[in-house]
Write a protein that binds this ligand. Structure first.
Ligand SMILES: Cc1cc2nc3c(=O)[nH]c(=O)nc-3n(C[C@H](O)[C@H](O)[C@H](O)COP(=O)(O)OP(=O)(O)OC[C@H]3O[C@@H](n4cnc5c(N)ncnc54)[C@H](O)[C@@H]3O)c2cc1C
Length: 375
C-alpha cells in the first residue's frame, strides 16, 4: 500500500494533540491526527472523535483557559478565581487554611468531556483530518518519519509518512518509547490520581487543595451544581480510602450523591531523556510529567503544542528539535521546579504537616507561587 505523506502527523487526539493540529492547520501545514478513538469512516479516514472521559482535576488555570480560548473553543464550566490550601486530617494544624485570588484573572473548572468536545468541534470546523488508529511503530531518518498505524477492522497496518511528528499520546506515550526519549524512573514516590464528581453547589470558586497525612484531595467546581474531587496519593490508594484521610473534605461533601465512578491514572511521574529527537517532538503529558499536585498539566501541555508547531513552521537548518527543546524548557521550568519542590516537601512528614501553617504565615510568598503557576 502506498504510504500517505503529510507535513505533520499528530499522534493522539486528546486536548494537546487537537491543539497542535489546530495550530498546524492554521499555519498552513498538511497535518493529520492519528487517534484510536476516532470514528472510522472506512479506509482509515474518520468522521469525528469519540469524546472520552479521563482522570483529571479539570481546573483550567488562567493560562490554560487563555490557550483554549485562543484556539476558538469556549467550553462551559464554573469560574475559578484562586487557590486555597487546607490542612486536613487530625494533626495539630488541622483546619488551618491559606488562600490567594489569581491576579491574572479567572480560570475555569471544565468537565473533561466538555473540554474534549469543544476542541473536537473546533477541529472538525477547521477541517483537521483524522485517522482512526493506533500508532504501533515509528522509525525516522534525516528526512522523514515512517509510522505504522493499526487501523480498527483492517488486516495489517497502514503506513503513514510525515516530515514531522508531534507525539501527544499521553502519560504512557508509545511515541516517547519508540523515539528513544523515555528515561527510567529514578526514586521519588510513585503516585497515582483518582477522581469522582459529586452533585452539589460549589461552596467556593477556588480550587481547594486538602492536605491529609499521606494524600491530597482537591476540589474543582465544574458547573453550577457539580464539583470534581481528585485524590492524589501512593500506589493502591482507592478514592474511598483517600477520602477517609480527609475528614474536613468529606464533611464539606456532606454525603452528596456521586455523579461519576472513580477513574484513575498513574504512575504520574514520567521522565524523559529529552523532549525532541530529530523529527519527533513530544507535547503534553508525553513530554514527561512531574505530578498533578499543582494542576498545571493542561496549561503546560497546550503551551507545548503551540511551541512545537512554532518550531516546525520556523524550521531553520534542521534545528527544529533544539529550538523546541529550548522553548519547552523555558516555558515549563518554573512549573517543574515548583511542583518537584512541593512534592519533595510533601514526602517528608514534618515538612508536610507544616506546609499549610508556613504558607499561611507567609501569604505573600504563597500568592506569588500561585500566580506563577496560574499564568
Ligand atoms: C488525577 C489528575 C488530576 C489532574 N488535574 C489537572 C488539573 O486540575 N488541571 C490541569 O491542567 N491538569 C490536570 N491534570 C493533567 C491533565 O489531565 C493532563 O496534563 C492532560 O490531560 C494531558 O493531555 P494530553 O492531550 O497530553 O494527553 P491525553 O489526554 O492522555 O491524550 C492522549 C491521547 O493519545 C491517544 N493515544 C494513546 N496512545 C496512542 C497511540 N499509540 N496512537 C495514537 N493515539 C494514541 C489516547 O487515546 C488519547 O486520546 C491532572 C491529571 C491527573 C491524572
Amino acid at each position: 500500500m502506498a504510504a500517505r505523506v503529510v507535513d505533520l502527523a499528530v499522534v493522539g487526539g486528546g486536548p494537546v494533540g487537537l491543539a497542535a493540529a489546530l495550530r498546524a492547520v492554521a499555519a498552513g501545514l498538511d497535518a493529520v491526527v492519528v487517534e484510536p478513538r476516532a470514528r472510522p469512516a472506512g479506509g482509515g479516514a474518520a468522521t469525528g472523535l469519540e469524546v472520552v472521559d479521563k482522570a483529571c482535576g479539570e481546573g483550567l488555570l488562567p493560562g490554560a483557559l487563555a490557550e483554549v480560548l485562543a484556539l476558538g473553543a469556549d467550553p462551559p464550566g464554573a469560574p475559578l478565581t484562586g487557590i486555597t490550601y487546607v490542612q486536613d486530617g487530625d494533626g495539630a494544624a488541622a483546619g488551618r487554611a491559606v488562600s490567594h485570588d489569581f491576579t491574572a484573572g479567572a480560570g475555569r473548572g471544565v468537565r473533561r468531556t466538555a473540554l474534549h468536545a469543544a476542541l473536537a468541534e473546533r477541529a472538525a470546523a477547521a477541517g483537521v483530518p483524522l485517522l482512526a488508529g493506533r500508532v504501533v511503530e515509528l522509525v525516522q531518518d534525516g528526512a522523514r518519519v515512517q509510522l505504522d498505524v493499526a487501523v480498527p477492522g483492517a488486516a495489517g497496518v497502514e503506513p503513514l509518512v510525515a516530515r514531522w511528528v508531534v507525539g501527544a499520546d499521553g502519560l504512557h506515550s508509545g511515541v516517547r518509547r519508540a523515539a528513544g526519549l523515555e528515561a527510567p524512573a529514578r526514586g521519588g514516590a510513585v503516585r497515582f490520581g483518582v477522581r469522582r464528581h459529586a452533585a452539589l453547589v460549589p461552596w467556593s470558586s477556588h480550587v481547594e487543595v486538602h492536605w491529609g497525612r499521606g494524600v491530597e484531595g482537591y476540589v474543582t467546581p465544574v458547573g453550577p451544581r457539580e464539583v470534581g474531587v481528585a485524590v492524589l496519593g501512593p500506589r493502591g490508594t482507592t478514592f474511598t480510602e483517600g477520602l477517609e484521610q480527609l475528614p474536613a473534605l468529606a464533611h464539606r461533601l456532606g454525603g452528596a450523591p456521586w455523579t461519576t465512578a472513580a477513574r484513575g491514572a498513574g504512575p504520574l511521574r514520567q521522565r524523559v531523556r529529552a523532549v525532541a529527537s530529530g523529527r519527533v517532538l513530544l507535547a503534553g503529558d508525553a513530554a514527561g510529567y512531574v505530578d498533578a499536585l499543582t494542576g498545571e498539566g493542561l496549561r503546560v501541555g497546550l503551551a507545548s503544542a503551540r511551541l512545537a508547531v512554532e518550531a516546525v513552521t520556523g524550521e531553520r537548518a534542521r534545528r527544529v528539535a533544539d529550538a523546541y527543546a529550548a522553548a519547552w524548557a523555558r516555558e515549563t521550568r518554573a512549573h517543574r521546579a515548583l511542583t518537584a519542590g512541593l512534592l519533595a516537601a510533601a514526602e517528608l512528614r514534618p515538612l508536610r504537616a507544616a506546609l499549610v501553617p508556613v504558607a499561611a504565615a507567609a501569604p505573600g510568598v504563597f500568592g506569588a507561587v500561585v500566580d506563577r503557576l496560574a499564568r
